[in-house]
Design a protein around this ligand. Structure first.
Ligand SMILES: [Zn+2]
Length: 198
C-alpha cells in the first residue's frame, strides 16, 4: 500500500534511479549529501515504492517502521564504507559489520520468468531479504576489483557514490544528466576572458 501523498506517484518523481550500481542507487535516496542532505526515504510506503521500482519488492507484505529503520541503518553504513573506499581509506569496522550482518539474513532467490529473471522470497521478512541483496551488491563492489573505480561525485553539494566505468577513469559526476549537466552549465555561465589582440 502506498499512502495518499504518494499514491499513483511515479518512483522516478520521488527518487533518483539513474545510478547503475544498485547499492549506490540505494545510498542516493539521500541527495545533496555534502551540502544540505535531503531524505527521500521518509516512510515505509516510500521504501516499498523504491523496492518496487528496483525489482526488489519480494512479497506482498508491506514495509513497517522497523524495516525503514533497518533500511536507513544499512544505507548509511554502505554510504560511509563506500565513501571511505572512494577516499582510499579503510572503512570503519562497525560499518563493515553492519553490511555483513544485513547480508546474512537474506533468503531471496533468483527465479526465471518468461522475459527475465526476478528476485523472489518466501521468507517471513521480504524487506530484510531485499536489503540483504543490496548489502550483497555493496560487498561485491566494495570488496571486488571494482573498488578502485568507486568515487564520490564532485557535483556541487552532491557527494553521491558511483562506479567510474569510463575507459580513462576520468568521470567526475554520479550522473551526466544531473550533476554533470549542472556543472557544465555553471562553467558556461563563467564569462570567458577576451583574448587581447596581438
Ligand atoms: Zn552527483
Amino acid at each position: 500500500m502506498v499512502n495518499a501523498s504518494d499514491s499513483g506517484r511515479d518512483a522516478r518523481e520521488v527518487f533518483r534511479l539513474d545510478n547503475e550500481t544498485l547499492a549506490f542507487r540505494f545510498t542516493a535516496t539521500v541527495s545533496s549529501r555534502r551540502a544540505d542532505p535531503f531524505e527521500r526515504l521518509t516512510t515505509p510506503e516510500r521504501l516499498d515504492l523504491w523496492l518496487d521500482a528496483n525489482g526488489l519488492r519480494l512479497g506482498s507484505k508491506t514495509a513497517c517502521a522497523a524495516d525503514l529503520a533497518a533500511a536507513h541503518a544499512l544505507r548509511e553504513a554502505v554510504y560511509r564504507a563506500g565513501k571511505a573506499v572512494a577516499d582510499r581509506r579503510r572503512p570503519d569496522p562497525a560499518d563493515i559489520a553492519a553490511v555483513n550482518a544485513a547480508v546474512r539474513q537474506g533468503r531471496a532467490y533468483l527465479e526465471l520468468g518468461e522475459e527475465s529473471a526476478r528476485w523472489r522470497s518466501d521468507g517471513p521478512a521480504p524487506v530484510g531479504d531485499a536489503l540483504a541483496l543490496i548489502a550483497e551488491n555493496a560487498i561485491q563492489i566494495l570488496g571486488g576489483h571494482d573498488r578502485q573505480r568507486v568515487k564520490a561525485c564532485e557535483g556541487p553539494g552532491c557527494g553521491g557514490l558511483y562506479l567510474d566505468t569510463s575507459r580513462g577513469g576520468n568521470r567526475r559526476w554520479c550522473s551526466m544528466n544531473t550533476c554533470g549537466n549542472r556543472a557544465k552549465k555553471a562553467a558556461m555561465r563563467v564569462p570567458r576572458r577576451q583574448t587581447p589582440p596581438t
